[in-house]
Each structure stands twice: as C-alpha cells, then as structure tokens.
Design a protein around this ligand. Structure first.
Ligand code: F6P
Length: 341
C-alpha cells in the first residue's frame, strides 16, 4: 500500500515518535510505501509532500515538534477543498491516510472518511481533551514542563512574599492545570469547567501567606470568573473558529493586588508547554499509537482512531473522538480542592 501521513493542529511532543513507528513497522512488517504530507491538511490540499522512509525517520524519536510541519488548515473552508484532496491523493497513488491530530484535524478526517477517503486517526494534543481515549500523547510532557515551572516559582515567590500566578494552556478543558496544580502543590487551581470566585481565590491567597508560604495559583487560559467572560487576546478567529486566549492570569493578578494589597505577578507558559523533547511516557504512548495505526491500516480497518483504554491500545470509531470534548469531571476537580488555601 502507499500511505500518506500528516500532522495537523497545534504541535505537541511525541508526533515524531508516531511517524517513526508508523514508517518503521509499515516498511519492515508490511512492505508499505509512505508519502509525508506537509503542514497538516495543507499537504494533501496543495500536494505539498516530503519523502517518508526508514532514512528520513531515523533519529527523530526524542525530537519535539513534527518533521512534517503542521497548520490549522481546514479544507472544508476552502473552495473545492475536498475535491482537490481527493484528486491529489489519486494523482500520488495514495491508498489511505494516517492523520495525527486533535479535535480539528480528526474532525476533518471524520468528514473525509464519510466521503470515501480511507483514513486512520491518531489522537494528539497537550490538552488531553479528545473523547474516547484515556490519554493523548503530549499531555504528560506539557504537565511536566508546567510542574518544573511551578517548582521554580515556589522558591522565588517565597523569597519575595508574592502571589505568583501560572497561566497554562487549556481553552475548554483544564487537564493541564489540574494535573500540574496537583503535582506542583498549588494554592488553588482554576479551570474552564468551574467558574471561579475572585473573593474565594483571595481567601486562599491570604491563607497560604498566613502559613508563611507564598501562594502559587495555577490557572487555565480558558478559566472564567463567576461574573465575567473568557479573556481573549484579540477577536481574530482561526480556520476552525477558535479565538486566541491569554490574559486571564494578568487580570487575576490585578484583582488579587486590589483586594488583598499583596503583590501578585503572572507567568504565562504559552508555547513552552508544547516544545522540546517528549517524556518517556509520551514516547512510549506515541510509539504504541503509531504501531497500532499502521496495523489498522494494513487490515483495512478504516474510519478508526487508535486510543488508550487503561493500558491497552484499542481502536474506536473515528467519529467518537470528536463527538464531545473530554472535560475535567467535577469530582476530579473536587479531589484537588482539599489542598487549596
Ligand atoms: O490545542 C492545543 C493548544 O496548545 C491549546 O492548548 C491552545 O489554546 C492552542 O493550542 C494555542 O494554539 P496556537 O499555537 O495556534 O495559538
């Protein structure tokens, strides 16, 4: 078979590990040929390709980002986008696609599958918000990066008797904030799923100061105050209708200073959470996803996404990945509350 591979959406550590596993097993066990499509859906749309074989995928396991490049291109928002993709796949002699992506990329893959394109999906996102998989690769790395930042912020916050706010990624799902905040001993964790009270946050801040420690507040970029709205950077929308977030940390710091008289500062971790080498956990998860994806393709099990259920790598309907967002259940959030303040 001749199989196209692409990575779409926000990049994340582990993408190269998937590509390597797909190609390694695909060539060695099944004798497949591969074409790398560059920059997400832009690749098949514009016939923008690179060679993908044992040589071009050697040595990439620990490398962050994606050798294929990524973009947030949405072929359904481009005139004749789907027809162009189908034509380019036919011209290149491509039998099937392996699409590695999050909500948006796999949403496109699902629609293409229903239009007759043979697709297998692989779930990636640092946000861990894809449905029907216990974890996505990239999440563990970003949590570890955030925890290292929190550990460092604790010591400087204590030296200066300041409240320090760490703004992490997570538009609608607070998984990174929850895990990083729990692992980092945060004075409180604020996530998009649960609107927060500024007065309550100030109480937790004061109480942490009283115990002679400086409070670290972990807040997801999409967290919303009880009587306010999500804070956005500007009003521009990307091809999937998303706004750019960031600013809630700064906003909260001002509120804390006004209400408690204590100095408060914000660190926005931003893309640092997505860059660099994947953790061992993410390398193994991404590799196992890649191995299962190429097996599924070789068996012609189209329209599936590989997924982690417990410790097993399974196949689930591709459409189920984007049916709903996997947000933090309230009881998971409540577990962390005992440590607030
Ligand atoms: O979807 C992954 C993600 O990192 C989100 O957590 C974040 O909101 C978004 O991408 C940022 O996207 P971009 O890098 O395109 O601004």
């Amino acid at each position: 078979m001749r199989i196209g591979v692409l990575t779409g959406g926000g990049d994340c550590p582990g993408l190269n590990a998937v590509i390597r596993a797909v190609v390694r097993k695909g060539v060695r066990e099944y004798g497949h040929e591969f074409v790398g499509f560059r920059d997400g859906w832009k690749g098949p749309l514009e016939n923008y390709t690179m060679e993908l074989n044992l040589e071009t995928t050697r040595g990439i396991l620990p490398r962050g980002g994606t050798i294929l490049g990524s973009s947030r291109t949405n072929p359904f928002k481009i005139e004749n986008g789907v027809e162009r993709i189908k034509q380019n796949l036919a011209d290149q002699g491509i039998d099937a696609l392996i699409a590695i992506g999050g909500e948006d990329t796999l949403g496109v893959a699902t629609k293409l599958d229903s239009l007759g394109v043979k697709v297998i999906g692989v779930p990636k996102t640092i946000d861990n918000d894809l449905n029907n998989t216990d974890y996505t690769f990239g999440f563990d790395t970003s949590v570890n990066i955030a925890v290292e930042a929190i550990d460092r912020l604790h010591t400087t916050a204590e030296s200066h008797h300041r409240a320090l706010i760490v703004e992490v990624m997570g538009r609608h799902a607070g998984w990174i904030a929850l895990h990083a905040g729990m692992a980092g001993g945060a004075a409180c964790i604020l996530i998009p799923e649960v609107k927060f009270s500024v007065d309550k946050v100030c109480e937790w801040v004061e109480s942490r100061f009283k115990s002679n420690f400086a409070p670290i507040i972990v807040i997801a970029e999409g967290a919303i105050p009880q009587d306010g709205d999500m804070i956005t950077k500007d009003s521009d929308l990307d091809a999937f209708g998303h706004v750019k977030l960031s600013g809630i940390g700064e906003w909260l710091a001002k509120q804390i200073e006004e209400k408690t008289g204590k100095e408060a500062r914000t660190s926005v971790l931003g893309h640092i959470q997505r860059g660099g080498t994947p953790t061992a956990f993410d390398r193994v998860l991404a590799t196992r996803f890649g191995l299962q994806a190429i097996t599924a393709a070789s068996e012609g099990d189209w329209g599936k996404m590989v997924a982690l259920h417990g410790t097993d790598i399974v196949r689930v309907p591709l459409a189920s990945a984007t049916e709903k967002l996997k947000t933090v259940p309230i009881e998971r959030y409540k577990e962390s509350e005992i440590f607030f303040g």
